[in-house]
Design a protein around this ligand. Structure first.
Ligand code: ATP
Length: 362
């Protein structure tokens, strides 16, 4: 069975801890993206799975077998790197066939496998060309073709699309996802591009400072971030995170002082555990309705900067306490600079984080 599992995996470089107690299990047919800012330990985690880096402690288990001591070539993994490392003197077809050389296949079997993979990756037309005679997108597909031709235990991708331009990246995301879904293998993809993770992953593991902060489906990490970091990292424009004093809780509503005013906001009953204390209230820019009049559950703010974003408009608004609130409205909603806004947050999309930065939910 194609599975990848890491258990309490830690990597020290001298006294520096690059990855700390990472736990992750990837099932057959699943694509898990490791996502996080530069230097958070994504590549180091991937390299430990591949055997290119040795874990300081913890276990790396592939297809149910502990692999800690095995070199990369004995792990039966196919990797696709950011730099595809194609053989320039071999044709596209010969490049695809390279990984099969150690398998002892007959020429006919090898050719059949190459043709099958070339078809999946839409490369049949360019099989006889040299790598310098194909496009960037075709090179990318060739790198994937070479990885899937051998039927390995699992796949590891390190920033596979980072060299492609925006348009090509967009179409390749879909194509690679489709191919991977059809292969029933465990796959781990490293990326720092959240759009790539949100569109390609079955689940996303979000890392910060060597620690996996949350693992969940794209919907889960967006709709139910477990802490302030994940909340701020996922979603564009970024979630508003407003400091607040939680004063009381009753009738399903939290009484808070935030953005320079007193508000009563519907909240999860678990929020009552936090009171009274400082909390952070998280509201996504698309989770507001702008209403005509001030009310007990509306945040008053003044539009300061208006940024058209195509079908939508991003408004930067200033609250009474001087804080900035980002609000996204449909393009046809006309807002002028200086206009007074009354913003009603959707209670189902309002997140409360305690002083430790963790989300509070039942
Ligand atoms: P990026 O997105 O920039 O590639 P990353 O999340 O993949 O970043 P890693 O490459 O895993 O991050 O690095 C994690 C941390 O470990 C970084 O601070 C990096 O400087 C450090 N690091 C990586 N390799 C080594 C090494 N061989 N020796 C010492 N420190 C290292």
């Amino acid at each position: 069975m194609s599975t990848i599992e890491i258990r309490k995996v830690t990597k020290q470089f001298g006294s520096f801890t690059a990855v700390k107690d990472a736990d992750l299990k990837v099932e057959a047919g699943e694509v898990v993206c490791l996502l996080g800012p530069s230097g958070c330990g994504k590549t180091t985690t991937l390299r430990m799975i591949a055997g290119l880096e040795r874990a300081t402690s913890g276990d790396v288990i592939i297809a149910g077998q502990r692999m800690n001591e095995l070199p990369p070539q004995k792990r039966d993994i196919a990797m696709v790197f950011q730099f595809y490392a194609l053989y320039p003197a071999l044709t596209v077809g010969q490049n695809i066939a390279m990984p099969l050389h150690s398998e002892g296949l007959s020429k006919a079997d090898s050719d059949a496998r190459v043709m099958k993979v070339a078809k999946i990756m839409h490369l049949t037309e360019v099989l006889d060309r040299m790598p310098n005679q194909i496009s960037e997108g075709e090179k990318q597909r060739l790198a994937v073709a070479r990885a899937i031709v051998r039927d390995p235990n699992c796949f590891l991708f390190d920033e596979p699309l980072s060299r492609l331009d925006v348009e090509l990246r967009h179409s390749m995301r879909g194509q690679i996802k489709e191919v991977l879904t059809g292969l029933s293998k465990a796959t781990v993809i490293v990326t720092h591009d959240q759009l790539e993770a949100l569109t390609m992953a079955s689940r996303i593991a979000i890392m910060k400072d060597g620690v996996i902060e949350q693992v969940g489906t794209p919907h889960e990490v967006f709709a139910k971030p477990t802490n302030v970091f994940v909340a701020s990292f996922i979603g564009t424009p970024q979630m508003n995170l407003v400091e607040a004093d939680l004063q009381s809780f009753g009738d399903g509503k939290a009484a808070v002082v935030m953005a320079g005013q007193s508000l009563s906001i519907a909240a999860d009953p678990a929020v009552s555990r936090l009171r009274p204390s400082k909390v952070t209230v998280g509201i996504r820019p698309r989770a507001f309705t702008t209403v005509q009049d001030k009310a007990g559950d509306t945040i008053a703010a003044q539009a300061e900067l208006i940024e058209p974003m195509g079908a939508e408009t991003l408004i930067h608004a200033r609250t009474a306490s001087g804080g900035d609130i980002r609000v996204v409205v449909p393009r046809d909603k006309r807002v002028k600079v200086g206009e007074a806004l009354h913003l009603r947050p959707d209670p189902r999309q309002t997140h409360f984080f305690g002083e430790d930065g963790k989300a509070v939910r039942a």
